[in-house]
Design a binder for this molecule. Structure first.
Ligand code: NFE
Ligand code: MG
Length: 584
């Protein structure tokens, strides 16, 4: 049987640079390797700095999930020094993150993932009247009329006739695995364009709560710098709170009337993807969104989204998370540990010693594969493991843990929506362990968060109404009050999954800082025992209709929403040649 090496490098419509190598036999992926192809080293930049400044630097790991690294960082330092954050700051942080989830997930669905399922060129053949009928059967969204769809189609025709497809260039249009009828494609393209405007308006929430986006400015160890006075000129006054409510409500309307109906419509044509891309079946979430004061690391019970682990797709048991069991391997990564690469290191003992041993195309070195032996190093990502087990993180992990945690605050909301989606698609819970499940989980989560964000805004308003305007706890602000040695861990669940920052503080300065990031969990390479990372495992078994145009690889990898900047904590400085796909 013919064996082919199918390589996608760079894999686009993600953040950063990712190379996927696969072995394809008989029209199916039989093995896969995930490689992050760039590195910078934020963790090294943090050494010897004031830990209260770390969040400014870590937040710049990424421009997509931006704010989550600020949150993990201030929480790590608060955990190290025993600082409790006032309730207003807890809720402000939740609202910032809720808005992050909503904007990030909508952008992912429409702008990064939809074109894996939606054929833009086919939309040219659609009858706008039928498209409007289709859209209005599933939603009351005002822009679903014939006139709007006709305008969009004309815009699209003008694009194509000018030969400048712009953002729609280089898609696998007309691919045999594309199954939507032209009308569904037109509806999705119309919403793709609308979502561009929606996300820009919606994220004004971050301008209010964080002064700007990306890279919000109101974090501080001990709370928030967002001054509150309902009757004054303070940043957060009654008028701004009213605007926040309006923006969250508009956000919720888009999620409920556009995103969820589109998700269901598209998914109903691709049910076979409920049996593809499942992977290892191990899921980890740190949980998030504290509902009261208290250190979320030591008090998981205060979290709206529960902390937990699901193993081997078994939803009958949710295992607890002990951060001591997190380690990172470098056996297949371009790093070396001082005492050898056979063991994983806990982040408090973590090391960041880059040692690039791969090919150097910038120096004219040609290469076809990074996998030159079973021992090859092939990625700038370390391989995180929990209790020596690879873990998938992200919306699917959160959804499964919430679904299985009957006492969790979000259980009913999640279960109700999951059951609705499963019923509408006519599939059982086993369908969740798949590429389709991953994509559905992201939508369901956005639906849950859009609803509860309004409750958190009300909690904040009620607390302010009781006269509590406190946003910062300055008790330990002075470094002279700190012990000579302190260690902390800050956990959050970012849009793409479990995010931890670990800090060692020595004589008031950072002695070591390690970030173990969602995309590192998911996109990391094999560990010292040869166990594949989650992307790699999820790809095994994926059908490939046309090795020259491996659309199916994109579907599964995009379902994780890769962010390589986060994962490798890097920017690209090499100016790499853009080649959409190389097939051998
Ligand atoms: Ni750069 Fe990130 C999220 C984090 S993913 S997007 O969500 O943390 O690794
Ligand atoms: Mg790291």
């Amino acid at each position: 049987m013919a064996t082919e090496r199918v390589v996608v490098d760079p894999l686009t419509r993600i953040e950063g640079h990712l190379r996927i190598e696969t072995q394809v036999e008989g029209g199916k992926v039989t093995d896969a390797w995930s490689s992050a192809t760039m590195w910078r080293g934020i963790e090294l930049i943090l050494k010897d700095r004031d830990p209260r400044d770390a969040w400014y630097f870590t937040q710049r790991i990424c421009g997509v999930c931006t704010t989550v690294h600020a949150l993990a960082s201030v929480r790590a330092v608060e955990n190290a020094l025993g600082i409790e954050v006032p309730l207003n700051a807890v809720l402000i942080r939740n609202l910032i993150e809720a808005a992050q989830y909503m904007q990030d997930h909508v952008i992912h669905f429409y702008h990064l993932h939809a074109l894996d399922w939606v054929d833009v060129v086919s939309a040219l053949q659609a009858d706008p009247e039928k498209a409007a009928q289709l859209a209005t059967t599933t939603s009351d969204w005002p822009n679903n009329g014939v006139q709007h769809f006709t305008t969009v189609q004309n815009r699209l025709k003008a694009f194509v006739e000018s030969g400048q497809l712009g953002i729609f260039a280089n898609g696998y249009w007309g691919h045999p695995a594309q199954k939507l009828p032209p009308e569904a494609n037109l509806m999705a393209v119309a919403h793709y364009l609308e979502a561009l405007d929606w996300q820009r308006d919606f994220i004004r929430i971050h301008a209010i709560l964080g002064s700007k986006n990306p890279h919000l400015q109101t974090y501080v160890v001990g709370g928030s710098t967002l001054a509150i006075d309902p009757n004054g000129q303070s940043v957060l006054n009654a008028e701004r709170i009213a605007l926040l409510q309006q923006l969250f409500k508009k956000g919720q309307a888009f999620v409920e009337q556009v995103y969820i109906p589109d998700l269901l419509a598209v998914a109903s044509f691709y049910k076979e993807w409920a049996a593809i891309g499942g992977g290892h079946g191990n899921f980890l979430t740190y949980g998030d969104f504290p509902l009261t004061t208290g250190d979320p690391v030591t008090n998981p019970d205060i979290l709206y989204q529960p902390r937990g682990i699901i193993l081997n797709k078994d939803l009958s048991t949710v295992h607890p998370v002990e951060h001591a069991k997190v380690t990172e391997y470098v056996a297949h990564s371009w790093f070396d540990y001082r005492d050898g690469n056979g063991n994983g290191l806990h982040p408090w003992e973590g090391q960041t010693n880059p040692n690039y041993t791969g090919p150097r195309p910038s120096e004219g070195e040609a290469y076809e594969t990074l996998i030159t032996s079973d021992e090859a190093k092939y990625s700038w990502l370390k391989a995180p493991r929990y209790n020596d087990t690879p873990m998938e993180v992200g919306p699917l992990a959160r959804m499964l843990v919430a679904y299985a945690s009957k006492d969790a605050p979000n259980h009913n909301s999640v279960k109700e929506k999951v059951d609705t989606v499963l019923e509408r698609l006519g599939v059982g819970p086993e369908a969740l362990f798949s590429t389709l499940g991953r994509t559905a989980a992201r939508g369901i989560e956005t639906w849950v968060i859009a609803e509860v964000a309004l409750d958190w805004l009300k909690m904040l308003t009620d607390n302010i109404g009781r006269g509590d305007l406190k946003v910062h706890n300055g008790a330990k602000w002075d470094p002279k009050t700190w012990p000579a040695l302190a260690q902390g861990v800050g956990m959050t669940d970012a849009p793409r999954g479990a995010l931890g920052h670990w800090v060692n503080i020595e004589n008031q300065h950072i002695q070591n800082y390690q970030c173990v990031v969602p995309t590192t969990w998911n996109a990391g390479p094999r560990d010292a025992h040869g166990k594949r990372g989650p992307y790699e495992e999820a790809l095994v078994g994926t059908p490939i209709a046309d090795p020259e145009r491996p659309l199916e690889i994109l579907r599964t990898i995009h379902s994780f929403d890769p962010c390589m900047a986060c994962a490798a904590h890097v920017v690209d400085t090499t100016g790499q040649e853009i080649v959409s796909v190389k097939v051998r």
